[in-house]
Design a protein around this ligand. Structure first.
Ligand SMILES: [Fe+2]
Length: 440
């Protein structure tokens, strides 16, 4: 049995980890025309990325474009990180690619660019993975669920590994898991939009060096940036782990203004303003800096993580009037819905700090699955939000995994609800909470 296992690992390694490994597609800026493809160049020299919109089944001569890496970060977290920043891509297109180096040619993978006009899509939002134990296994469940739901992209709201973000082996494991488990059965890579969390605080430049995300000004620790497409959807990746005052809050206001007329505007940051577990401290300074701006510029959804639970609020706005609680009051028409709080893989905590404006909260491993629809045939634009339970625990602490019973969606079926999926129900709304929100 053991020999067979070792043999399987050897065969698997020689095919999948040849000279390049740990592929990831990263989205920042405008993903209808740009994307960054990154990988770990383990061996071999002179890598070249061949790519194009046609499925040429890996035949080098048939790719329309090729380019060398635009950035190399060698010897960082034990990896030789290569980046190709692709530009002038066609919107809403499949892009196929291989990497050729002195040792050979990789398998062919592909990804999809974002549309450049309002068009329905799905995405997944979550955060908090761990590096060992049942929390690592639970994180892999969420990764596999992501592969089966094949969203257009994932927003990952921080905390990639256990510890302070410095151990190389943990990052290598994270990227192996991400590449091997979130890639779909037909080799489609799911782009990631990463956000900095407190478990990355050991090196606050880490997302720039491993994902090539931009920083602001001349300080590489100032990692916050925007991602938006099609006059339709914007996401502001904020950073709760650096000074939020001054430059960052000024940047936030500028970018909320910039995207004001988009159909849906969202923002993400790791630490919730007011966590739904008593085990975590309040982050009132972030509330004071950002909540009013969110409301003034009509932010629709806010994403956070960190607490290892799930929460969804009613639409709320800052207020000190009668009926408000911790500076927020429910406002179904104009408020922002706050979704979070992590538990992609990390062990769930108790949800013992609910608020009057909490719509739903629970303790299990989960990802948020968003179906985003533009206005169509007189029907207003909306976002359907589902909380997908990816793992849970028995009373005696054993992990219950939920991904393997789920039938993977096929390309073109991304809005279907797959058989075997376990969704968190909120009565009287059922499995779906829609934004704009209306009471049933
Ligand atoms: Fe955290």
């Amino acid at each position: 049995m053991r020999i067979r296992f070792i043999l399987a690992v050897l065969i698997f390694s020689s095919e999948s980890f040849a000279e390049t490994a740990r592929y990831r597609v990263v989205w920042t800026g405008d993903p209808s025309t740009t994307a960054t493809i990154a990988w770990d160049q383990i061996q071999g020299d002179d890598p070249v990325l061949y790519y194009g919109t046609k499925n040429v089944k890996g035949d080098l001569k048939k790719f329309k474009h090729f380019t060398k890496p635009t950035r190399n970060v060698p010897d960082y977290r034990g990896m030789n990180n290569m980046f190709v920043r692709l530009e002038n891509l066609q919107p809403d297109q499949e892009y196929f690619f291989v990497i050729k180096d002195s040792e050979g040619v990789s398998s062919q993978y592909w990804f999809r660019t974002a549309p450049d006009k309002p068009k329905a899509f799905t995405c997944i939002v979550g955060g908090d993975t761990k590096s060992y134990g049942s929390a690592l296994i639970a994180g892999r469940e969420s990764n596999m669920m992501t592969s089966k739901l094949r969203p257009l992209f994932v927003i990952f709201v921080g905390d990639f590994n256990s510890g302070n973000g410095l151990p190389s082996s943990r990052w290598q494991q994270w990227f192996d898991d991400w590449f091997l488990l979130t890639t779909t059965y037909d080799e489609r890579l799911i782009p990631i939009v990463p956000v900095h969390g407190n478990h990355e605080d050991g090196d606050k430049t880490v997302l720039h060096h491993l994902f090539d995300v931009p920083y602001q000004g001349d300080n590489k620790e100032n990692i916050y940036y925007d991602m938006a497409f099609g006059d339709f959807f914007s996401f502001l990746a904020l950073n709760s782990q650096i000074n939020a005052e001054g430059a960052q809050t000024h940047w936030l206001e500028e970018h909320l203004k910039k995207y004001k007329d988009y159909t849906f505007n969202t923002a993400g940051y790791h630490k919730p303003f007011f966590p739904h577990t008593s085990r975590k401290r309040e982050n009132e300074h972030l509330y004071k800096l950002w909540a009013n701006l969110f409301f003034s510029y009509g932010l629709d959804l806010s994403f956070d993580a960190d607490s290892h639970i799930t929460k969804m609020t009613y639409p709320i706005r800052p207020s000190n009037e009668k009926g408000s609680h911790m500076g927020f009051i429910r406002d179904d028409k104009k408020g922002t819905m706050y979704l979070g709080e992590g538990s992609w893989g990390a062990g769930p905590r108790s949800t013992d700090d609910l608020k009057p404006w909490t719509l739903r909260s629970g303790a299990f491993n989960q990802i948020k699955w968003l179906h985003v629809f533009p206005e169509e045939k007189g029907k207003p634009a909306r976002i359907d939000i589902r909380t997908v339970i990816t793992a849970d625990k028995t009373e005696d602490g054993r992990l219950i995994p939920y991904s393997h019973g789920v039938v993977p969606l096929k390309e073109g079926q991304e809005f279907d609800i797959p058989k075997g999926i376990k969704l968190f129900t909120t009565e009287p709304y059922g499995d779906v909470i829609s934004f704009p929100f209306s009471e049933k």
